[in-house]
Design a protein around this ligand. Structure first.
Ligand code: AMP
Ligand code: MG
Length: 425
């Protein structure tokens, strides 16, 4: 199959996702209600899950006019004359405020306490001056001259943040700390979330042994399976690691049949032009339809995207990723992560890119969009430096990187100091 550009490949993934969204769903049986594809989890277990219901305000936020300072609740006009005012009482957070505020009165108030009706401002305790003469009539305080206070100062009005019934977070948002705080504020101790898509991970290669085995002199440990499982879990999926298969047709075909239960299939290795690269043939015999069969990127060129039809269910999307570990990781981030996010009902845009300033320079041949392991110092300056590597099998170099430098396909050199794009993990 002909190579497509990175952008054409990304567009192909997007087209697939949009077509699935239009046809009414991503997971489950054909025609199945999407409600059955959600589950309810405790708020404490909801981080990283994709919200499947809206979060609504159960009451106004704040529910009462809230003082944002320790100080004195007052009428702004009165306090701004800097006259002594009678301290009628004290309000702590959680207290019920008095019904009103008499003329010439103020209330001492703490941060988070409700402002009494009639008061329209809070002046800070740091700006208060207590009457010097002890007064049997009680405590008197003035706003120190020449300060004044504006109506509304240091008060968040009731309902200024949200009104009861407002939809504050829509379904399709991946839950982070902020959304969890909001759900707690609105009284959700459980949340309805999308089920995690099951991602079958199938490693292929005669040379592979499982991590727990001792490799022979020419064998290597299967590092792609646990790497992809980690990527899948981080992207919101549930990894189902299948036993690795050798480069032989029959076991490969059997493993593909087994993977038809999954929501997404990732195969690694066996997809290049070598004599024992049998994956494309096995997928073809399983009835695959191919959307692209190679992308003009480095690493990761021999990456294949398609779907397998199966009885009673929507076709199973699959990505056959090249076996080299960095190629697998890059093609996962570029193509599998957005697919997986869509399957999980997550509306965030993936992959994620950022800008950084290049330390050192890059030179090379044009023609491919490159994603080169790099280290970005994500301080204020965001400076990125290439990680020296021995090519796409160099897991040690990969492990000392935290992003990928994106080299556009027409570039022959990128001078030191250039603003460059990086792909975030
Ligand atoms: P392939 O894509 O099958 O031609 O493999 C390319 C390179 O990646 C070879 O050096 C393989 O040994 C290596 N490789 C393939 N699969 C894995 C795996 N699961 N874990 C680690 N390395 C792998
Ligand atoms: Mg191989």
């Amino acid at each position: 199959m002909a190579l497509v550009s990175y952008l054409e490949a990304a567009e192909e993934i997007r087209r697939f996702v949009l077509a699935r969204a239009e046809s009414g769903g991503f997971l489950g049986e054909v025609g199945e209600e999407s409600a059955s594809l959600t589950e309810t989890v405790a708020l404490g277990a909801a981080a990283g899950r994709v919200l499947a219901e809206g979060i609504q305000a159960d009451r106004d936020q704040p529910p009462f006019p809230r003082s944002t300072r320790d100080g004195f609740a007052c009428r702004a006009a009165e306090a701004s004359t800097n006259q002594l005012l009678f301290v009628a009482g004290q309000l702590r957070a959680g207290d019920t405020p008095p019904a009103g505020l008499g003329v010439g009165e103020i209330w001492e108030i703490m941060t988070g306490a409700p402002v009494p009706e009639g008061a329209d401002a809070v002046f800070m305790v740091e700006h208060a001056e207590r009457s010097s003469e002890p007064n049997s009539a009680g405590d008197f305080v003035r706003l120190a001259a020449p300060r004044t206070v504006e109506p509304g100062e240091n008060i968040v009005a009731r309902g200024a943040e949200a009104r009861a019934g407002d939809l504050l977070v829509s379904p399709g948002i991946r839950l982070g700390a902020a959304q969890i705080a909001l759900a707690a504020q609105c009284g959700y101790n459980r949340l309805r979330v999308a089920v995690r898509p099951r991602v079958a991970i199938l490693s292929t290669g005669d040379e592979l042994v499982p991590v727990e085995s001792e490799p022979g002199p020419s064998q290597i440990r299967n590092s792609n399976a646990p790497m992809l499982a980690a990527l899948v879990e981080a992207a919101g999926g549930e990894a189902v690691v299948l036993p690795a298969v050798p480069d032989q047709d029959a076991p490969l075909e059997a493993a593909i049949q087994q993977a038809l239960q999954a929501d997404l299939l990732l195969v690694t290795g066996g997809i290049s032009a070598g004599r024992f690269d049998l994956v494309e043939g096995a997928l073809t015999r399983a009835g695959a339809q191919f959307f692209f069969g190679g992308v003009a990127i480095q690493p990761g060129k021999p990456v294949v995207f398609g779907e397998l039809s199966r009885p009673g269910r929507l076709p199973l999307p699959f990505l056959a990723l090249p076996g080299n570990p960095i190629s697998s990781a890059v093609t996962f981030l570029l193509f599998a992560a957005p697919l997986l996010a869509a399957l999980a009902g997550d509306s965030s845009a993936l992959p994620r890119f950022a800008l950084a300033q290049l330390l050192g320079e890059w030179r090379g041949n044009p023609g491919l969009t490159r994603f080169l392991p790099a280290w970005c110092d994500f301080g204020l300056a965001s400076e990125v430096r290439l990680a020296p590597w021995q090519g796409s099998g160099d897991i040690a170099a990969f492990a000392s990187s935290n992003c990928f430098l994106v080299v556009p396909p027409d570039a022959e050199e990128i001078p030191e100091g250039s603003v460059v794009r990086i792909l975030l993990p």
